[in-house]
Design a protein around this ligand. Structure first.
Ligand code: COA
Length: 204
């Protein structure tokens, strides 16, 4: 594919406000639901869970988005470029009901630590891409912006934990280092198995 075609496929990032979060949360919940039910990924919930529980997990970030000091969060969504919004794939929630904002295809949160001796520390949360749009650089675009912003705002150390295996490989590609594994950290969505977690860090 030529560079100009690649450029056209680039997602557009938007900083989320408490107001836009209210509008976007049902779509973000639908993305989360797909990753759990279609890809069997260990993210927060056990099956079955409800639409409102999934929406709440994003809306919980709302009050931190307006904070200015320690404990603040920054959240982004990735939207399809205008050339693709008309053909965006349908977004359905847990009950099979269509949601708005099918142009949103990914999200991530950056949390600044709240204790005085850790204000240089940040944490990555809720990096999730619609599984139908994986492997086209959406998470990388979100993480590049997260790294840039964290550094610009004085963070020198970023941390995260993730399911050992595939997501760990993704972060390694972006320069993250492995601190270590914790065995049996999170259950699979069916609650039958416990998966290991990889704890990782990036010096900014
Ligand atoms: C992990 C996740 C965010 C990756 O999103 P994505 O948009 O498909 O990732 P990208 O296309 O930006 O990939 C960036 C790089 O990582 C690599 N990568 C992505 N997924 C990978 C996988 N499953 N295994 C190995 N490498 C992977 C890509 O090949 C790419 O490398 P390249 O640029 O050298 O080709 C997505 O699969 C997801 O939402 N998973 C569920 C939620 C989750 O686990 N989040 C992370 C933990 S909090």
């Amino acid at each position: 594919m030529s560079t100009s075609q690649d450029e056209k496929k680039k997602v557009v990032l938007e900083r989320v406000t408490p107001e836009s979060l209210k509008l976007y949360a049902p779509r973000l919940a639908a993305i989360l639901c797909r990753q759990i039910t279609h890809q069997n990924r260990s993210i927060n919930f056990l099956n079955p869970f409800s639409t409102s529980q999934a929406i709440e997990i994003f809306e919980n970030a709302s009050s931190s988005l307006t904070k200015s000091g320690a404990g603040r969060k920054i959240m982004w969504v990735a939207k399809l470029p205008s050339s693709e919004t008309d053909t965006a794939l349908k977004s359905l929630d847990m009950d099979g009901k269509e949601t708005d904002h099918s142009e949103i295809v990914g999200t991530v949160q950056l949390a600044f630590h709240f204790s005085p001796n850790g204000v240089h520390r940040t944490e990555v949360g809720k990096l999730i891409v619609d599984d139908r749009y994986e492997r086209r650089g959406i998470a990388r675009t979100l993480m590049d912006e997260l790294h840039r912003t964290a550094k610009e705002q004085g963070s020198t150390l970023c941390l995260l934990d993730t399911e050992a295996g595939y997501a760990e490989h993704f972060y390694s590609k972006l320069g993250w280092k492995l601190s270590g594994y914790v065995p049996g950290y999170a259950m699979t969505p069916d609650g039958k198995e416990k998966r290991d977690a990889a704890f990782m860090y990036l010096e900014l």
